[in-house]
Design a protein around this ligand. Structure first.
Ligand SMILES: [Fe+2]
Length: 227
């Protein structure tokens, strides 16, 4: 390309690493089981429909500044663990874009204890890098032995699929790589991660354009310590 040629913004089809990452999301939401739940089945379908419309639109790739956070020191280990499981394809595709991820907290004031142990990055959504208003896809990373405090999402339906590490939600069960959890709008949830390994979850948010544009992340009022 000559210096005088105007630089067109890159698009999804010119960015195979991003495209292949979306293929991994598509495979997870297409071939994973809904475990017999019609609610989960329709969430999976909404994610797939959003995803295929985004791919068909060949959106712009917004260039964001890569950012790390203290917890990203655990990212290599999380990818390595993911590559040893049936989440291998996702872990490998994510490794290819690792230098382009913008890790953030999402809260104006992040609790001090959490600032060293948690961060998330979006890969698709209103803020990019793959630009759309239809859906948000991203990853959240936790250090070992982390509690992510109770919270809920207004007018957003959220699913997590674990890529690496063991975790539990609301003290209800332990989830392994490949497991999916659905949190509907308003569902209160709290996450804890295992003692030894970091935990990496892929997530999808569906909702109206307005709620995806400004999700207003808020932790619920802290409950009295009851152990
Ligand atoms: Fe959540």
């Amino acid at each position: 390309m000559s210096d005088t040629e105007p630089a067109n913004p890159p698009r999804l089809n010119d960015s195979p690493d991003w495209l292949y990452l979306l293929r991994e999301f598509e495979a997870l939401y297409r071939y994973g089981s809904a475990g017999g739940s019609t609610t989960i089945r329709s969430h999976r379908k909404r994610v797939r429909e959003g995803l295929s419309s985004v791919v068909a639109a060949n959106p712009e790739i917004l260039l964001r500044d890569p950012q790390s956070k203290p917890v990203t020191a655990h990212f290599s280990r999380a990818l390595d663990l993911g590559e040893r499981t049936r989440m291998e394809g996702m872990a490998r595709a994510l490794r290819e874009v690792r230098g382009r991820l913008t890790w953030e907290y999402g809260y104006e004031r992040v609790p001090k204890a959490l600032a060293r142990k948690y961060a998330y990055c979006e890969v698709l959504g209103p803020r990019g890098p793959i630009h759309t208003n239809r859906l948000i896809l991203g990853f959240v990373l936790f250090a070992p032995n982390t509690t992510y405090p109770q919270h809920s999402h207004k007018e957003i339906e959220e699913s997590y699929i674990s890529v690496a590490g063991a975790w539990s939600e609301n003290n209800a069960a332990v989830y392994a790589p490949g497991s999916l959890i659905l949190n509907r709008s308003g569902d209160e949830h709290r996450i804890t991660t295992g003692e030894l390994d970091p935990c990496l979850l892929a997530y999808a948010w569906t909702g109206s354009e307005a709620s995806l544009e400004s999700p207003g992340m808020k932790l619920s009022a802290p409950r009295r310590k009851s152990g």
